[in-house]
Design a protein. Structure first.
Length: 396
């Protein structure tokens, strides 16, 4: 009997999460449309929305008259954004970005703080994160009282199940837990994910992707990340660190990757790899070749676009390597779509032909023709929205 009750409660919780997710993406929406979006029966939708309304999680809104036709305006429902708040933290090299999100997944406030991440040990980094989080929340006392969860994103290998950063280019220490200390002091659940997985959450919240059940996100930037959505869920694997696309191999004796190994896809395709190779054959500013700035990468991209053949070939070869790596993922996973995004898509017009050439050379057409290869214009808001979406997992 208890098992049956547990199963029923799990089904109810899953259905509730489906409704909340639908409202987050499509709201405001009519009740009848929630059933169409989620596949739930009208009776189930009515029961769930009644419960949510009772707890003030959803609210009724009237559709604009022009969309409701003649007669009384159509009554729609939407999430009440002020019902709960979540905290997001994005940790990158020498920088901490803090965000406050509402129940709809909107970023309502943010701040950026300089933190010497490479100089921190485990204890001092956790202390800095807590100090900055508390200072940020203290500036928003009303939202602090509504805090239900927090999410942290960082580059590198992350054990999401345990809340541990196994390795990150942003840190000089390995195997560091970033969730327990915050969780104890904030009094709410804290989730940890690598930045590419947060991007996958953000992509999933966009209407053109929300119904896509199987897709891969490839994130280009300082490093190269990947995330895998299978049957509508983020796949993290046994250790919580699946889909480390950038650290799959192109060559066993290739250039050195930031992870310490040789021949990784990242060692050919990342910003630091492109700038390293460009610096070897042309005169470029050498302020920090290991960590090129956005301005430096924009300059290199512009050189290629304005006729520098050496720069154009660098991007073309980078695209071929990226295509080779994507081909391996297609052969293994057969996804519906591959979505390429991140700061590195600033140069996707220079990469795209090489990407398609790499896929053609690596894979028979029958294994690649059914997958759409797309690129999504980059915005820093995507990372933030993904972190907020990660934190909102604890609220449906």
């Amino acid at each position: 009997m208890s098992n049956r009750k547990t199963d029923t409660e799990q089904i109810r919780a899953a259905n509730r999460a489906e409704v909340i997710s639908a409202l987050r993406v499509y709201g405001p929406v009519a009740r009848v449309d929630i059933g169409r979006i989620t596949g739930l029966s009208p009776a189930t939708v009515t029961a769930i929305t009644s419960e949510l309304a009772e707890h003030n999680i959803i609210q009724e809104v009237q559709a604009p008259r022009e969309s409701s036709g003649r007669g009384r305006p159509r009554v729609m429902i939407d999430l009440n954004p002020d019902k709960a708040s979540v905290l997001g933290l994005k940790l990158s090299i020498n920088e901490l970005r803090l965000m406050l999100g509402d129940l709809k997944g909107n970023i309502i406030s943010e701040a950026v703080v300089a933190v010497r991440t490479l100089d921190q040990d485990a204890e001092s980094l956790n202390a800095v994160l807590l100090k900055e989080a508390e200072h940020f929340l203290a500036q928003h006392p009303g939202h602090q009282q509504l805090l239900v969860s927090a999410g942290i994103a960082i580059q590198g290998f992350v054990d999401a199940h345990q809340g541990n950063v196994v390795w990150s280019p942003a840190l000089s220490v390995k195997h560091i837990n970033l969730t327990n200390h915050l969780q104890r002091h904030l009094g709410c659940p804290v989730e940890l994910a690598n930045d590419a997985n947060c991007i996958a959450y953000a992509v999933q919240m966009q209407q053109q992707y929300v119904e896509c059940r199987d897709f891969i996100v490839v994130m280009l930037g300082y490093g190269v990340g990947g995330s895998l959505i299978m049957n509508g869920e983020l796949y993290t694997g046994h250790l919580g660190a699946a889909a480390e696309f950038g650290h799959t191999k192109y060559s066993h004796d290739g250039p050195q990757c930031a992870c310490g190994k040789r021949g990784c896809i990242e060692a050919y395709v990342s910003d630091y790899a492109l700038y390293r190779d460009a610096s070897a054959i042309m005169n470029l500013p050498a302020t920090d070749r290991r960590h090129p700035s956005e301005k430096q990468m924009q300059k290199l991209t512009e050189l290629a676009r304005t006729g520098n053949e050496a720069a154009r070939e660098l991007f073309a070869q980078s695209g071929r390597v990226l295509g080779y790596g994507i081909a391996n993922m297609l052969a293994l996973m057969s996804p519906e779509r591959v979505v390429v995004t991140g700061p590195g898509v600033r140069a996707y017009d220079l990469l795209e032909d090489g990407v398609r050439e790499g896929i053609r050379n690596a894979l028979v057409n029958e294994l690649s023709s059914g997958t759409a290869i797309e690129h999504l214009p980059w915005s820093e808001d995507m990372t933030g929205k993904g972190i907020i979406a990660l934190a909102l997992k604890h609220f449906g």
